[in-house]
Write a protein that binds this ligand. Structure first.
Ligand code: PEP
Length: 256
């Protein structure tokens, strides 16, 4: 039997933007704009923690899903400022973004802590969106594949094929995030294909064929169709452009 085609997944990472009132206004506008797409493409929004529950209520019975922007590896305890995977799940999340380059660069995230968070996420019933990506210096030194493959291997340590098949990877070159500088379609496709080949080596071809790999880094309405048209690009992780309902809806439509 032929394998199911991978359904595209477009996620909006709102980062530290939007109050609860603003988040609700944005998601209500977005909901109306993408309702006609039904399940042609999976649509995910990742607001700040305080807006998760109200946004979950606002997207009930819609084709939008919810993601947290991070979670801690422990289930509960004295970890001031942190949020557990079970808390995200109960608030209405399906996904959790882990290992975003801002977390790695600004908050000391490592491959090991990303792995621990992913273990906790899976245990709580969340699907991890695991972010990897090279810096400009690493790309210029010809180390792109070595870096992203190390990050993937570290994030997936200890997971079995059956678990990994449902995961989402996000290739986000650090030099393309929030800079207006996008990877070319060829650069994106090269890394995505390399990551899929790595998954086939680590697990098997069937698993590699099921894992969805998003591209992230200055995805906008005018470059989305070309990027999402690449063979191994299964969606987008969108930062800045996800803060405007019209722009994000246009990117989602490019994936449909
Ligand atoms: C991101 O933060 O994941 C991202 C890709 O941001 P931007 O789209 O703004 O480059």
């Amino acid at each position: 039997m032929a394998a199911e085609p991978r359904r595209k997944i477009v996620a909006g990472n709102w980062k530290m933007n939007k109050t609860v009132t603003e988040a609700l206004a944005l998601v209500r506008e977005l909901r109306g704009m993408v309702s006609m797409l039904r399940d042609k493409v999976e649509i995910v929004v990742a607001p700040p923690f305080v807006s998760l529950y109200p946004v979950a209520k606002a997207i009930e019975d819609s084709n939008l899903k919810l993601a947290g922007q991070n979670c801690h590896w422990e289930a509960s305890g004295a970890f001031t400022g942190e949020v557990s995977a079970a808390m995200l799940k109960e608030a209405g999340c399906t996904y959790v973004i882990l290992g975003h380059s801002e977390r790695r660069q600004l908050f000391g995230e490592t491959d090991e802590t990303v792995n621990k968070r992913a273990q906790a996420a899976l245990k709580a019933g969340l699907v991890p969106i695991l972010c990897v990506g090279e810096t400009l210096a690493e790309r210029e030194a010809g180390r792109t594949l070595e870096v992203v493959e190390r990050q993937v291997k570290g994030a997936l340590a200890g997971f079995g094929a059956g678990e990994v098949a449902s995961f989402v990877l996000a290739y986000e070159p650090v030099w393309a995030i929030g800079t207006g500088r996008t990877a070319t379609t060829a650069q994106a496709q090269e890394v995505h294909a390399a990551l899929r080949a790595q998954l086939a080596r680590l697990y098997d071809g069937g698993t590699a064929g099921q894992v969805r790999i998003q591209y992230g880094g200055s995805v906008k309405p005018d470059n989305a169709a070309e990027l999402l048209g690449q063979r191994d690009v299964d969606g987008a992780l969108v930062g800045g452009a996800s803060l405007k309902a019209g722009d994000f809806a246009a990117i989602v439509k490019a994936g449909a």
